[in-house]
Design a protein around this ligand. Structure first.
Ligand code: NAD
Length: 488
């Protein structure tokens, strides 16, 4: 007679759940139903970069970093080519999946943001610095940190991941992502596909890792993990502050609230079209996107007419009030002062959906709403990330710049000016001191889309490195040869 094993239903369910998790690489959840440690198999290592726990992901990334080192610049160039090619080839599919998972923004722009990953600069950006003199030669070279921990936003999950990989691998590093939970599934899908292609090309399986179920706990574990030598954070104020407290070097691409000034010296119909183009892009999810406009009284009426003529829909005061009541709630800070809190459910919503909340009807393809407000309105002072642009009339250019400065909150992120007056350009540039300052174009021109320049989705505003290139991601090493090799 064969021995029989008695297993109650709870234990059996726990075993099945654990096996399924192990197969998918997802993390084990410590809960009552899993309380059968004696019979639960150890968690299997993730495949192609998708991991259930931080320690395993970091260890795998560190090993991959070691494997990349002997492959030199040629190996890094192959990885970058793979990322750019896959982003373009899979743009329609990954864009759709990201749109379905995050439920924010516009599908066409999700696709486009992947198609243009090819504009992100790679290893060509890293140039050594050389000195030659009576005492020989010195070469300062870029050398990798090792494993970088990266946080990505829900507003552009896979585009940020692809851009980060290009910058970080160009500098010779491996990376572990803690993506925003709202875009983590598509992040895992893209990371897996990228690693499969890297593995097929150069034999490394985990150069790019991601957490299958990211949380604030995994973020904290990633910041603290020993193999993680530096952090790169793209997100709002909370995560930037948390990363900067970690004690590790952090490249922080923080929040913005980009103001626009229209002084009436330029072409108002072009200014209106440019503002709509930038503010409606992906329903205003871009951190560089136009969020509020300050227009001089002298040209305000004509400018508002141009916005309507270019396809934006104007809300009345009553409609704006209705929308504001849905878009913001009120909370009290530690000092007891009330402040508006953004309703995340409306972030990245279509203009037509916002219009419904306002009690207005606009066509489904209406790109943007606008309304006249005062300076202290929540739509002006909060980073609303919606295609609803508040327009504030001001008497003088000085007033416009002062209002723009107040609304930007010292983030030093982005600002836009429509003007032909060079002194106005200099005054606003000096006063706001932003990382990006676009004159006479849409905000996206600041990322090379309609203006000169290169692209990336992490703009290191808080820590000052600017639009990400490979340059923030290596260390500098000096190599000195004394009294030799300088032959003349
Ligand atoms: P978010 O700050 O809500 O989330 C970003 C990531 O941080 C997510 O992974 C989230 O889970 C995590 N997170 C949030 N608070 C945290 C905390 N206290 N501790 C640890 N982790 C935390 O941002 P989002 O909604 O995904 O993206 C929008 C924000 O990101 C906007 O403020 C936007 O301006 C900014 N952003 C900046 C850039 C840039 O390049 N400067 C680019 C894109 C987005």
């Amino acid at each position: 007679m064969s021995p029989s094993l008695q297993i109650d239903e709870t234990t059996l369910r726990a075993i099945v759940d654990q096996v399924v998790r192990n197969l998918s690489g997802a993390p084990a959840v410590a809960q009552a139903a899993c309380a059968a440690p004696a019979v639960v198999a150890p968690r299997r290592e993730g495949r192609f970069g998708v991991f259930g726990d931080v320690a395993a992901a970091c260890a795998a990334a560190h090993q991959a970093f070691r494997q990349l080192q002997p492959l030199g610049l040629e190996g890094r160039a192959k990885v970058i080519e793979i990322v750019k090619t896959l982003a373009e080839k899979n743009a329609v599919e990954w864009g759709r999946i990201e749109f379905e998972e995050t439920k924010i923004g516009r599908l066409a722009h999700k696709v486009e943001k992947l198609q243009i990953v090819k504009l992100v600069p790679g290893i060509e950006w890293l140039r050594p610095y050389a000195l030659s003199g009576d005492h020989g030669i010195t070469l300062e070279e870029h050398t990798p940190f090792g494993v970088i921990g990266a946080i990505t936003p829900v507003t552009h999950s896979v585009p940020t991941i692809c851009g980060n990989i290009v910058s970080m691998v160009a500098a010779g590093n491996a990376v572990v992502f803690n993506p925003h939970p709202g875009g983590a599934k598509v992040a895992a899908l893209a990371v897996r596909a990228i690693n499969e292609a890297i593995h097929a090309s150069i034999g490394i399986e985990h150069l790019v890792c991601t957490l299958a179920e990211p949380t604030l706990d995994t973020f904290n574990a990633l910041c603290a993990a020993e193999p993680v030598r530096m952090l790169c954070v793209t997100g709002g104020p909370g995560v930037v502050a948390a990363a900067m407290k970690s004690g590790k070097r952090a490249v922080c691409a923080g929040p913005g609230n980009p103001p626009v000034v229209v002084d009436g010296t330029g072409n108002l119909s072009k200014a209106a079209a440019d503002i709509i183009k930038g503010a409606s892009y992906d329903n205003n999810l871009l951190c560089i996107g136009e969020k509020q406009v300050f227009v001089l009284e002298s040209c305000a009426e004509r400018f508002l007419n141009e916005l309507a003529r270019a396809g934006a829909a104007k809300l009345t005061g009553a409609q704006l009030d209705r929308l504001t009541n849905v878009a913001f709630t009120t909370a009290k800070d530690a000092g007891g002062c009330s402040h508006p809190v953004l309703n995340r459910k409306l972030v990245g919503a279509d203009a037509s959906v916002l219009a419904q909340h306002a009690g207005a009807t606009v066509s489904a393809d209406c790109p943007m709403l606008f309304a006249e407000t005062d300076l202290d309105h929540p739509f002006v002072m909060e980073e609303q990330m919606m295609p609803m642009i508040p327009v504030v009339r001001v008497k003088t250019f000085n007033d416009a710049v002062a209002a723009a400065l107040k609304s930007e909150h010292g983030y030093k992120h982005s600002a836009i000016l429509h003007s032909l007056n060079v002194e106005h350009m200099s005054q606003m540039a000096r006063t706001l001191d932003t990382t990006l300052f676009v004159k006479n174009g849409a905000s996206v021109a600041g990322l090379g889309l309609g203006g000169e320049g290169y692209l990336n989705y992490s703009i290191a505003t808080t820590t000052g490195e600017g639009i990400a290139t490979p340059l923030p991601f290596p260390r500098t090493r000096r190599c000195v040869m004394v009294d030799n090799l300088r032959i003349y």
